[in-house]
Design a protein around this ligand. Structure first.
Ligand SMILES: N[C@@H](CCC(=O)N[C@@H](CS)C(=O)NCC(=O)O)C(=O)O
Length: 214
């Protein structure tokens, strides 16, 4: 039984939880963080000294950092999610790292600035800037996805998981203009067909609107 800690609305939990659900392994998700708290408890800090979610415990093997969790769960339990050749694995690493260092910071600024920040405190130029950076990153993906159905190869791999996790929130945000991104939209439609994506990522975020802190 794999245990994973994290509230369902946490973006980094969603990446790891989506992967866990794709493996089909028996598991238990334990709410932690946000209003559930518990991240400063001694037993939690013993698992993750950063006091952050997600964390997993797989039969005594404890791991934190969402993208390390994605890689571990895939290699161990869902080899189909891990490309077969060293070059394809390198490309998957490239997309995962790009998502974490380019797309995610832009989108987090957009989400925190435009959703979590109470309306009367929102800085429209900050939100515009974050939207522009997010759209630049998604446009890059759109060009890539013009030639193939998934980021590496022709089926879902770890390459798709971090970037793909952004799409539900991006397309559900009502107050922003959504540019025409036909290939990203088609990729999103493919991800939305997956029960694991529906359960882990398509989580309404009404409870986060105007909620400035975790
Ligand atoms: N780099 C870490 C970041 C972890 C992180 O910052 N998680 C956030 C949730 S997305 C958190 O723990 N926030 C505190 C809380 O939810 O109470 C990862 O990818 O796992």
């Amino acid at each position: 039984m794999i245990r994973i800690w994290g509230r369902a609305s946490a973006f980094n939990l969603q990446k790891a939880y989506w992967t866990l659900l794709e493996t089909g392994q028996p598991h238990e998700r334990i709410d932690a963080g946000g209003d559930f708290g518990g991240l400063d408890a001694t037993d939690f800090l013993a698992r993750n000294p950063n006091g952050r979610i997600p964390v997993i415990d797989d039969d005594g093997f404890v791991l934190w950092e969402s993208q390390a969790i994605i890689r571990y769960l895939s290699e161990h339990y869902a080899p189909d999610l891990m490309p077969g050749s060293a070059r394809e694995r390198a490309l998957a690493a490239q997309w995962m790292d790009w998502s974490q260092t380019t797309l995610q910071p832009a989108f987090m600024d957009l989400f925190w600035g435009g959703v979590r920040m109470p309306k009367d405190k929102q800085d429209s130029s900050f939100v515009r800037g974050a939207l522009s950076r997010t759209v630049t990153a998604l446009s890059l993906l759109d060009k890539e996805l013009a030639t193939r159905a998934f980021l590496v190869g022709d089926s879902l791999t770890v390459a798709d998981i971090p970037a793909g996790t952004h799409l539900y929130r991006f397309f559900e945000m009502e107050d922003i203009e959504h540019p025409d991104l036909p290939h990203v939209t088609a990729w999103y439609a493919r991800l939305r067909e997956r029960p694991a994506y529906q359960r882990a990522v398509m989580v309404p975020f009404d409870d986060l609107i105007g909620k400035e802190s975790f």
